[in-house]
Design a protein around this ligand. Structure first.
Ligand SMILES: O=C(O)CCC(=O)C(=O)O
Length: 351
């Protein structure tokens, strides 16, 4: 069985995705038919340039004063963490050899105050990331919604649907998003700055060592600038990817020995999405996201989530995921670290 699964990783690359680590680039918007045939049906990512050049946001949002004036009386959701990595695995304070799934402290604040906290983020104290994956662009940022299209027209036509949610992400180089996958088709448009994605097809599912972790949430005390991390009550478990693709040099060897399928398997598809570009991130693809820029530089993105088709590919994926596969060289993860996973119909969807 082991060789068969590794053969699947190779075959998907040979037949569909290619052996290069880069993502196909289109210099202009595809027609709905081209997009459907060449990317949605084969569940294959691409980056599209020159299809949002008409958005006023591309020039307006690089001026923070425009945003603070337009949103002066708007309350937004700000995610606060001590390290910049939310929805990530973190040692439990009460038992540091065990890991938990840690969610950010979510603070509702007037936008100018939220922006001030994002700009003063410090990864050894508090990192702020304005995001909320509940259609926040349309629900919280009403006064700047007109600066972007309400949907991506050629994608809407290809999917045959309007977007289910449109989210806004405002952060800087200190924020990152841990490996996960979503049950949505994602059109991810970068408006200012740049984002760096590591991408893996759904067929690589075993390489992420998805396990059940107890859920915990940060609590931030504005007065003292300190965080607490508390286990959620009642206890709940979240199936989550175990792999951190960027371990510190002193942990690298240990991480490789815990997660050999990730570190020794085919490399990620990697891409940087710049201002004015859109990434098509197909449903169920595993992704890890970082952003870069100088001090004081913001990365702002808007992403459009379209409902995915729960079709035969989804059924194949569930079957593949249900196969218990461990590399012969991979030691069992210590029992204390996590619970063995029982995949139900809803897996790592926490959203
Ligand atoms: O931009 C980010 O930090 C994460 C984006 C993401 O995970 C998504 O759009 O699904």
């Amino acid at each position: 069985m082991n060789e068969k699964i590794e053969e699947l990783w190779r075959e998907v690359r040979e037949l569909s995705l290619g052996s290069k680590r880069s993502i196909e680039r289109l210099e202009s918007a595809p027609t709905p038919l081209q997009f459907h045939r060449n990317f949605i049906t084969p569940n294959k990512p691409c980056i599209i340039s020159n299809s949002i050049s008409h958005w006023p946001s591309l020039s307006l949002w690089s001026h923070p004063s425009y945003l603070t004036q337009s949103l002066s009386s708007t309350t937004v959701s700000l995610h606060l963490t001590p390290t910049g990595s939310a929805d990530s695995l973190t040692p439990l304070p009460s038992s540091p050899s065990s890991l938990c799934f840690a969610s950010a402290h979510v603070q509702n604040l007037p936008f100018p105050e939220a922006l001030r906290l994002i700009n003063s983020s410090n990864p050894s104290q508090c990192v702020a990331y304005a995001q909320q994956q509940n259609d926040c662009f349309r629900s919280e940022y009403d006064s700047i919604v007109k600066d972007c299209d309400q949907h991506i027209a050629w994608a809407t036509e290809a999917f045959g649907l309007e977007p289910e949610a449109v989210n806004l992400w405002i952060g800087n180089k200190h924020s990152s998003t841990w490996f996960h996958k979503d049950h949505y088709e994602n059109l991810y448009a970068v408006v200012t700055g740049q984002k760096h994605f590591l991408l893996f097809p759904p067929t690589d599912v075993h390489r992420f060592y998805i396990r059940n972790y107890p859920a915990a949430t940060y609590k931030y005390y504005m007065e003292t600038g300190e965080f607490d991390l508390e286990l959620d009550k009642p206890t709940r478990y979240v199936p989550w990817c175990s792999v951190n693709p960027f371990p510190s040099p002193e942990n690298l060897e240990d991480e490789i020995s815990k997660f050999p399928l990730y570190f020794n398997g085919p490399p990620p598809f990697e891409c940087t999405v710049k201002a004015g570009e859109i990434l098509y991130l197909p449903s169920m693809w595993f992704h890890h996201v970082r952003q870069s820029g100088d001090d004081g530089e913001l990365t702002i993105a808007v992403n459009y989530w379209y409902d995915m088709q729960f079709d035969i590919k989804y059924a194949y994926f569930n079957f593949l995921q249900s196969i218990d596969y461990r590399s012969p060289t991979s030691p069992m993860m210590p029992e204390k670290l996590c619970e063995e996973i029982d995949f139900g119909p809803d897996d790592d969807e926490t959203r």
